[in-house]
Design a protein around this ligand. Structure first.
Ligand code: NAP
Length: 391
């Protein structure tokens, strides 16, 4: 069986079992809204929510360009499967916090996400965000459940600091950071990390739609993605750091990132050199990655994989076209693990920027929030409470 086929069937089987187990235990679904539902990440969320065992899509919202139209009319649909029936006739609303749902995903453009997400949290909605605006907030969890689920302990402090009642903001990392940190986590646990040098080859879908002009990217590489290197150097420090009860303590790693846009549709490839604290053989490194396994709480989440890091042995893998769908887009695929003359070990990794790096990441975060009791039923709220609050 090819690694891809193996990864797909493995991921699908793992998830099928988890979904059956949880679906039996739930007597209601949480009602989700998607802010930025017409964008490239929002569409993935809409599709994933249409089949979700715990959540149902209840509201879609976007800019004035889209609001007031049906979702099917407003969206420029990019996915191969058709627009889900549940979404087609939903009327796209504006991004005011008066949506009839229990929580919202935010896939808003970062030019507007900051204040809009705060408005929703202040109005009592849990906000599960993809956008960069609040990621480095001193009381905002930047979450990868397999890496730092303990950071959710910051939510009560965030509520207290900001005067939020039932609302709060939780974020997922930048798309290239997500795959990198998932792979670094088992190495940090087993050997400790000192220095990371990473060069990315990032897909064009990472720039949203219409993204990079075709005349700039066709047959070309663009060695600059605005703000990306800064995010890749800052976010892992928080993700791999600790929440001490009142603040986040950074991991204190040396990280240098070079980010490039390449003419690939989906999937960010990253070439990484890693300096470890403890001496380890290549076999020990491979073993740490291969055996990385999540605990029972996480394994029970519908979008989680029991083994989120997949190691491939072929010398020319991973490749975006062949490996991007591993674990239904939720796995980080690692290959070419070898000695590094400058640091200790070097490897190549691949992750799906729109799934592990965006929509799937947000979904997994929301599942963990649901499992830990952070979502509340808002359906009993009065019409008065649903009115837009004054900022
Ligand atoms: N693409 C990725 O791989 C990726 C990965 C991780 C995180 N992210 C982050 O996720 C967010 C969405 O990214 P994307 O790639 O999906 O972008 P996108 O395709 O450009 O979609 C942006 C969405 O924001 C809405 N929007 C834009 N301006 C607005 C305004 N003034 N008021 C209300 N809504 C507005 C758009 O609505 P209209 O359709 O009505 O204009 C659309 O729904 C961004 O913050 C991005 O940085 C993206």
């Amino acid at each position: 069986m090819s690694p891809k086929a193996h990864n797909h069937s493995n991921g699908a089987a793992q998830k099928g079992q988890q979904q059956k187990t949880r679906a039996k235990n739930l007597d209601k679904k949480w009602r989700a809204g998607v802010l930025g539902a017409t964008g490239i990440v929002g569409q993935r969320l809409v599709r994933l929510l249409a089949e979700h065992p715990w959540f149902e899509l209840n509201e879609v919202a976007a800019s004035e360009r889209s609001s007031g139209r049906s979702y099917a009319e407003a969206v420029h649909w990019h996915l191969e499967s058709p627009i889900p029936e549940v979404a087609r006739d939903l009327v796209v609303k504006g991004v005011e916090p008066a949506l009839d749902c229990d929580f919202v995903f935010s896939a808003l453009d970062s030019s507007v996400a900051g204040p809009v997400e705060e408005d929703f949290a202040r109005a009592g909605y849990p906000v599960v965000s993809n956008s960069r605006n609040h990621r480095m907030g001193p009381d905002v969890p930047l979450l990868i459940p397999e890496v730092n689920a303990k950071h959710l302990d910051a939510i009560p402090v965030q509520r207290k600091n900001r005067g939020y009642d039932t609302g709060f903001i939780v974020t997922n990392p930048n798309c290239s950071t997500a795959g990198l940190v998932l792979v670094l986590k088992p190495l940090a646990d087993a050997f400790g990390l000192e220095r990371i040098f990473v060069v990315t080859l990032q897909a064009i879908s990472g720039a949203g739609y219409p993204g990079v002009a075709s005349m700039d990217i066709q047959g070309n590489v663009v060695p600059f993605i605005s703000g990306e290197e800064e995010k890749m150097e800052a976010e892992p420090q928080k993700l791999l750091g600790k929440w001490d009860g009142s603040r986040f303590i950074e991991a204190g790693l040396g990280i240098s990132a070079h980010c490039n846009r390449v003419p690939v549709l989906d999937g960010h490839l990253e070439c990484v050199s890693i300096g470890l604290k403890k001496i380890a053989s290549l076999e020990e490194v491979r073993q740490a990655l291969r055996t990385f396994e999540v605990d029972g709480e996480l394994a029970a989440l519908p979008t989680a994989l029991r083994h989120p890091v997949v190691v491939v042995d072929e010398e020319n893998r991973p490749q975006p076209r062949r490996d991007v769908e591993a674990g239904e887009g939720m796995a980080a695929v690692v290959g070419r693990i070898r000695e590094c003359p400058l640091h200790d070990v070097k490897l190549t990794l691949l992750s799906h920027n729109l799934v592990r790096g965006a929509a799937g990441a947000a979904l997994l975060n929301a599942e963990l929030l649901a499992a830990r009791g952070f979502l509340k039923d808002r359906s009993s709220r009065s019409a008065l409470e649903l009115e837009v609050p004054v900022r």
